[in-house]
Every structure is written in structure tokens, then in C-alpha cells.
Design a protein around this ligand. Structure first.
Ligand code: ZN
Length: 375
């Protein structure tokens, strides 16, 4: 009986232990991991807020929109343009063959360059001493405009003071060369160490003799380029052209321009009367205002007729007879195209030196000898 009770008790214990083994936890063990309920967090003593990182925003790209094409307002100048005159509004220049405007710039209120639109009116007669007005005007596209004036004063070129030469000074001057006999003339002058002045013709073939004369210490002046009265004495412009052409030849040969010149036929010529009335009256003033000095003569060898057949001794007696005896300067006119006239110097020069005369080349301080202007 006891044994049987023991077995019953043992059976009961076994059942109880099985029951205990089949509790909720034992059931979970039997479930697959996916079927398990999430573990319940242990109850905390104090509630701590959970910090959760915000989700990463992967925003879709925002399209870039072109600005709506709204017309930008065009700036409009609200003030008049401005003209700036280089050299100022009052300009003084020396009389010259040409006048060159120093220039100007123009801008509108917004700074746009309007220089090319400037209209200049008025003229400056560059070789006539006086006062001139030039007007500069410009307008923009909006009706704004400006107009200013420049006063140009043309003044005479200051000439050097004349210096009285030594007593008994002789200035030998030769027109119309260089020619075939100019080399001989230079040889004679060199022989006596005498300096002279050559008023040259720019169109001559032997231009190299201009250089030789210059290099040997003689003065070079303009005579003419064409020596054609029908061309050079028809107007101021015609004379200027002729003069400047000769200046270029002189510069080519000597490296510099000259300020000395002699009018063909002299300033007292009558050849210009029928060609341009009043021309010499104008030219004699204008050329000096521009800084040039012209020289006539007070003693002529009378040798302009190259084919007259006069001998060298004839010309030397003319010179000896005409040279100033009172000590005042003698300015002699000869032509180096006349061989006999040149050869006369081989007698005249030593004669004059023996008499105490001195020979000098002309320069800007030499005494001027001017004829009476007839036109
Ligand atoms: Zn001449």
C-alpha cells in the first residue's frame, strides 16, 4: 500500500513538473525567432527620453529655374554730355604752315564715349596772326547736347635779336644752285677759308653739293623748288608748297630745316604782280611771323644772265666797285650757275681781305637787307 502511495505521489510530482515546464517561457523557446514578440524593455526607474537620429533627407534635386525674362530698364542719360578739350579752352600757338587741333574727348552722362560724334566748326588760319574761335558740339541719342568753344590765338614766332656785325662785313650769297660750278665755288671759298650762304633750288640734280656746302660751314637757305613764277607766285598756298618742298631737300641733305630764305626775284619782284596781286605784301609778313628771315641784297654782281659772256675780271671789278666803302655790311648777290662770276672770287676775295673786309655767312642775327615791296 505504501509503495502504491509512493508511486502515486511520484506520478503527481512528475505531472506538476511537466506542467511547470510547459509555462509561457517554455512555449517561447519552442517558437522560431521570427515568431517571437519583441522583448519587453525592462521597466526603468526614471523615464529617459529617447534620442533618435532624424532620418537622412535625400531630397530630390530642386530644378533651377531661369529667371523670367523681364526687360531690364535701359539707363537714360539725364544730363548733357561733357566735352573735354585737350590743351584747354584758350590756346596760344605760334604761326605755322599748319594748325593741328590738340584734340578732345566727349562722353555722355553714363560715360559712353561720344568723341566720334563731335562736330568741330570754325577754322584757324595757322599762318595769320590773330584770334580764332572753334566750336565743338555733340549730342547723345536722348536729346542731350553740349556746345563749347575754344579760342585759338596765333602769335608770331619770336625772332632772335639782330646783332650788328663787325665793320666791313661782306656776306657772299649765291642763288639758283647747286649746279655744275658749285664745287669749284666751294673749292675757292675753302682756299680762302671764307664762309658764304647758299639759297638753293630744291629741284637741282647736284643735291649732294648742298650737303657739302653745309658740312664745310656755309649757311643754307631756301630759294625755291621750281623757280617758276607761274607756279610759285600764283597764291599763298602755291608759294608755301614750293617753299616746303625745298625745305625737305635741305633737310635730306643737312639733317635740318633752315630758317633763312630768299624770294626768287627778291621781295621787290614785280613778277608776282600780274599773278597774284598783293602776294609779296602778305608773304613778307607771314613768313617772318612764322619764324623765317628773308634776305635781299644791296650789291649785285649782275650775273643772272649766265650766257652774257662777261669775263671773270668784269665781275670782280663790279664787286670791288660796289662793295660798301663806309664800313656798313655788304650783302652780295651772285649765282653759282655762272662760272665766270664764281671765278671772279679768286680775285675779289683776296682783294677784300687785304682791304680789311671780313666774310661771314648769314644767320638769324645777321642784319636784314630788304628791298621795297612792290606787290
Ligand atoms: Zn633765283
Amino acid at each position: 500500500m505504501i509503495r502504491r502511495s509512493f508511486l502515486i505521489l511520484l506520478g503527481a510530482l512528475l505531472v506538476l513538473s511537466l506542467f511547470a515546464a510547459c509555462g509561457p517561457d517554455a512555449q517561447i523557446e519552442a517558437l522560431s525567432p521570427d515568431e517571437r514578440a519583441p522583448a519587453r524593455p525592462a521597466a526603468a526607474a526614471t523615464a529617459i527620453p529617447m534620442v533618435i537620429d532624424p532620418p537622412v533627407c535625400t531630397a530630390s534635386p530642386v530644378p533651377v529655374l531661369s529667371p523670367t525674362p523681364t526687360a531690364a530698364p535701359t539707363p537714360i542719360p539725364v544730363s548733357d554730355p561733357v566735352i573735354l578739350l585737350k590743351g584747354g579752352e584758350s590756346l596760344t600757338v605760334n604761326a605755322a604752315f599748319t594748325f593741328e587741333d590738340p584734340g578732345f574727348t566727349a562722353r555722355d552722362y553714363l560715360g559712353e564715349d561720344l568723341t566720334s560724334r563731335v562736330v568741330v566748326t570754325g577754322t584757324v588760319t595757322s599762318y595769320l596772326v590773330g584770334e580764332y574761335a572753334l566750336t565743338y558740339a555733340v549730342a547723345d541719342d536722348y536729346g542731350n547736347s553740349t556746345r563749347i568753344e575754344r579760342t585759338v590765338t596765333v602769335q608770331p614766332v619770336p625772332l632772335p635779336e639782330l646783332v650788328p656785325p663787325p665793320e666791313k662785313t661782306i656776306y657772299l650769297t649765291f642763288d639758283d644752285g647747286p649746279g655744275d660750278h658749285t664745287a669749284l665755288l666751294l673749292d675757292i671759298l675753302k682756299k680762302y677759308d671764307v664762309k658764304a650762304t647758299f639759297f638753293v633750288v630744291g629741284s637741282r640734280r647736284r643735291k649732294d653739293l648742298i650737303k657739302r656746302a653745309f658740312d664745310e660751314g656755309h649757311s643754307i637757305g631756301v630759294h625755291t623748288f621750281t623757280h617758276d613764277y607761274d607756279k610759285m607766285y600764283t597764291s599763298l598756298d602755291a608759294y608755301f608748297q614750293d617753299f616746303l618742298a625745298t625745305q625737305e631737300v635741305i633737310r635730306d641733305q643737312t639733317g635740318q630745316y633752315t630758317t633763312l630764305f630768299r624770294f626768287p626775284g627778291g621781295s621787290g619782284n614785280t613778277a608776282s604782280i600780274s599773278r597774284c596781286r598783293g602776294l609779296m605784301t602778305q608773304l613778307t609778313k607771314i613768313m617772318e611771323d612764322m619764324g623765317y628771315r628773308y634776305f635781299d641784297w644791296n650789291c649785285s654782281a649782275g650775273d643772272s644772265n649766265f650766257h652774257s659772256g662777261q669775263s671773270a675780271s668784269h665781275y670782280s671789278s663790279v664787286l670791288c666797285g660796289k662793295v660798301k666803302k663806309d664800313g656798313s655790311p655788304t650783302l652780295i648777290l651772285q649765282h653759282d650757275l655762272n662760272r665766270n662770276s664764281i671765278q671772279a672770287l679768286d680775285y675779289f676775295i683776296p682783294w677784300a681781305l687785304k682791304k680789311g673786309y671780313v666774310f661771314l655767312p648769314l644767320d638769324m642775327t645777321s642784319p636784314v637787307v630788304h628791298s621795297l615791296v612792290k606787290n
